[in-house]
Design a protein around this ligand. Sequence first.
Ligand code: NAP
Ligand code: HSE
Length: 460
Amino acid sequence: VSEAPSNPNSHSTQPERRRPHGGRPIRVGLLGAGVVGGGVLALLAQHARQIEQRVGVRVEVGRALVRDLGKPRVPEAAGVPFTTDAEELFGDASLDLFVEVMGGTDEAGTLLARALSSGRSVVTANKALLAARGAGLFALAAANRADLAFEAAVGGGIPIIRTLRDAASSDEVVGITGILNGTSNFILTAMTDSRAPFAEALADAQARGFAEADPSLDVGGFDAAQKLLVLAMLAFGQEPVPLSHDPSSAVLVEGITAIDAADVEAADRLGFVVKHLVVGRDHGERVELRAHPALVRKLSAWAAVAGSLNAVKIEGRALGPLFMSGRGAGDLPTAVSVVADVVEVARSIVAGVPGLSTGLATGARAVAVRPLVPRADLELRYYVRFEVHDQPGVLARIAGALAEHRVSIAEIVQSEGKEGRARIVLTTHRAREGAMLASLAELAPISVAAPVLLRIEDTL
Ligand code: NAP
Ligand code: HSE
């Protein structure tokens, strides 16, 4: 029997059997009202009618948790009761779902676990939390038939989570490549296009609301690596592992702090642009996961991803490549993803099937820890910048050390530096990273400063 679509303006006349939520508004408990939370308040108010049409009932913010009641908020916050006491939200039985946009892992994790344990669904933008405790939180959501939605946690406004969860659920995704940190991309773009100093570009990114509360997570590569772990959990069923800068760590995490104007200029002369990339590949027995700066061809699609834009490419065995790009950070683009999740979760509450839409978020593949490809086994092309004493034989020593480890040089340029120093920039053909590292270790005595080693991704 087909039923006529419900009229959102006449909920009182809807038969109860079709409206398990009873036609009441969906009330949201908002945990955090900063950059993203402000965007959420704005979109929920500005698009209230369209959201009501999609959900079938009104969606309203019932209460909001912040740290400082004296801070200025977006105009749409007027009328929303604010508190600094989480108990006021958890004691409010009228709240149907929680939106977590406060950040951090400890308190946010405790509040999310508490919400899910009470059977209430959660929407979060918090990739740090999902990378640290995602598997446990998904299990908690499933056990309590609650939704745990997290579109905004990866790629800001790019719908990559829905794509992996829904559109690619009929395929096996074996590759992920992305530019997933808006702050790093904004800084590298400013360093490339206007030769802006790193610190100035970072301050600009912070002022625009792109950076994390602790920006070392952005420029240190951790934010992008956390997003890669979330994607790898969905796409490959790889359970997240702890992240560190330790070179022996199986997930390679490098940020952009070592990138100098000299590297941006040298890359430019060689026909490349420096980007911060994440790469994930399912090799069957092992999984490759890395987040680091890399040289990409100037004419590639990746080079055109500028400023706070993000991009992500997935490769499905059946689908082949799928590339998406859009704003990866900032209040409104991120809030678009958060509010889209709120709409989806609210619809499942109204339909009386909470937990159905995202509760099986990781269900495409069973989540387990498979061994990760160690750094030494990577096989890529490399860029190296040496700062050395300008002495006879230096170039020969570099060429000799690389040759000894079977690393073949593709291009090499020497330029005169200051105070009797020389700068040598070279690129290699494909080589094992273990061989590169061994060569560089041998060359430490002739280096004035630690050589800068960057990977070249010219086949993406
Ligand atoms: P933010 O501007 O620093 O906002 C954080 C909000 O949470 C603030 O309202 C803050 O209160 C509140 N808060 C933090 N800790 C709290 C605590 N212990 N108790 C009560 N309230 C607390 O951060 P944001 O940029 O919106 O980011 C929020 C989350 O979204 C993070 O997980 C981040 O990774 C993620 N995200 C951000 C972006 C982006 O572009 N900014 C994009 C995607 C995802 P006060 O306002 O009183 O300080
Ligand atoms: N700090 C993050 C970034 C926010 O710059 O990409 C979006 O997740």
